[in-house]
Write a protein that binds this ligand. Structure first.
Ligand code: SAM
Length: 365
């Protein structure tokens, strides 16, 4: 068996069966996988990370995803919406700290008011930073005209996780109605690419009903969609969500964590030059989760710069860092932690993917 994994790891790309095999790698084989992905990362990206200051600007959501703590039907979180001034102050902080990029994330709302508000914010961020601050949006499904408006106003990256690339699994973790439609999510991802965004997607790992084959297909989906950025992380159950009833059927958290590392490692080997986030959910399970993800393939860290008083209410899953346990996400702390794995932070640079440039030159989607 050790041999066959060794042979597999000489390849640059994998079939579904290969991926399933590699996702089951343990012990020495797992170490071989992580060594290979770390080598690929070093060769194509370097031992470096880029920052995106994360502003979780609102937890108001019109959707009812069965796994998510800020789903519309959950009456427990206090709903908040940062003022424009609070958002701009956080963006200014990121700019002055040399983060070079921010990521604006919220629950999903679609309305002319939201469209104009975000367009206005984008204009203001671009203005005060002389166009220097890069902007990633992650505000869910919208009409193509809305995506285009925001792109023209200066957003150039968009993160929209497909959550699960198997439509049957997707249906099991979402309400079965028009507002939670797999096809629409896919169409949204497609229009983001068509408009010219660096398009990012991702999945949750360790969901109830999810099989290893599903995870293998998730990676093939990302490869075939020719995605520029990926943010994938472990599913962590939340007590106020319908999926909590399957909590006793889940893999232990530690195994979901390890499986996520393997997914990151495999995708790094398959898609050498994409941007990959070390997720907060990994850090929630293991305090060194982000560093471990960076070591084996991730190259983007999103320090949370949402004002502290709102953080308890962006409670997507159990134990997500809130106001009582805000990790020290200051750059000095991050620098010190990353130095332990011989990795440096690149300041003042967007860190856009070579993959994106190549895809556009090829005239790809
Ligand atoms: N509404 C936007 C969207 O769906 O693209 C962005 C906000 S949404 C809350 C951000 C991400 O949180 C989702 O894409 C989902 O993968 C993740 N998430 C939600 N609930 C989670 C859970 N219980 N465990 C892990 N991740 C979760």
């Amino acid at each position: 068996m050790a041999n066959s994994i060794k042979e597999l790891l000489k390849q640059d790309d994998f079939s579904k069966d290969d991926i399933v095999k590699l996702l089951h790698a343990e012990g020495e084989e797992k170490i071989m996988l992580f060594q290979k992905s770390a080598e690929v990362k070093e060769k194509y990206i370097g031992k470096r990370v880029w920052l995106r200051g994360l502003i979780e600007f609102s937890n108001v959501c019109s959707k009812d995803c069965l796994y998510c703590g800020i789903r519309k039907s959950n009456k427990n979180p206090e709903r908040y919406d940062l003022t424009d001034d609070e958002i701009l102050a956080a963006a200014q902080f990121a700019y002055e700290s040399g983060y070079a990029s921010i990521a604006l994330q919220s629950g999903e709302l679609e309305s002319p008011f939201i469209t104009n508000r975000i367009e206005n914010l984008l204009n203001k961020v671009k203005k005060f930073s002389n166009g220097e601050l890069g902007i990633t949006l992650s505000v869910g499904e919208q009409e193509p005209e809305v995506y285009k408006k925001w792109f023209d106003a200066g957003a150039h990256r968009y993160l929209l996780r497909i959550e699960a690339s198997n439509p049957v699994l997707y249906k099991k973790i979402h309400p079965d109605n028009k507002k939670h439609n797999f096809r629409r999510r896919l169409d949204c991802l497609q229009s983001l690419q068509d408009i010219g965004y660096q398009a990012g997607t991702g999945v949750m790992i360790g969901l109830p009903f999810q099989t290893t084959e599903d995870l293998a297909n998730d990676l093939l989906f990302m490869r075939d969609f020719d995605i520029d950025m990926v943010g994938m992380g472990p599913y962590i159950e939340h007590v106020d969500t319908p999926l909590i009833k399957y909590a006793d059927k889940l893999l232990p958290l530690k195994e979901r964590f390890e499986l996520t590392l393997k997914m990151i490692a495999l995708l790094r080997i398959m898609m050498k030059d994409i941007n990959m986030v070390a997720s907060t959910a990994q850090q929630t399970i293991d305090p060194e989760g982000r560093e471990k993800s960076v070591e084996i393939g991730a190259n983007i860290i999103m320090p949370n710069i949402t004002p502290g008083k709102y953080r308890d209410d962006y409670n997507l899953y159990a134990n997500k860092p809130g106001s009582d346990n805000i990790y020290d996400d200051s750059v000095s702390n991050l620098e010190a932690r990353l130095a332990l794995i011989d990795t440096e932070i690149v300041y003042g640079k967007w860190g856009d993917t070579k993959h994106y440039e190549k895809r556009r030159k090829r005239g790809g989607r």
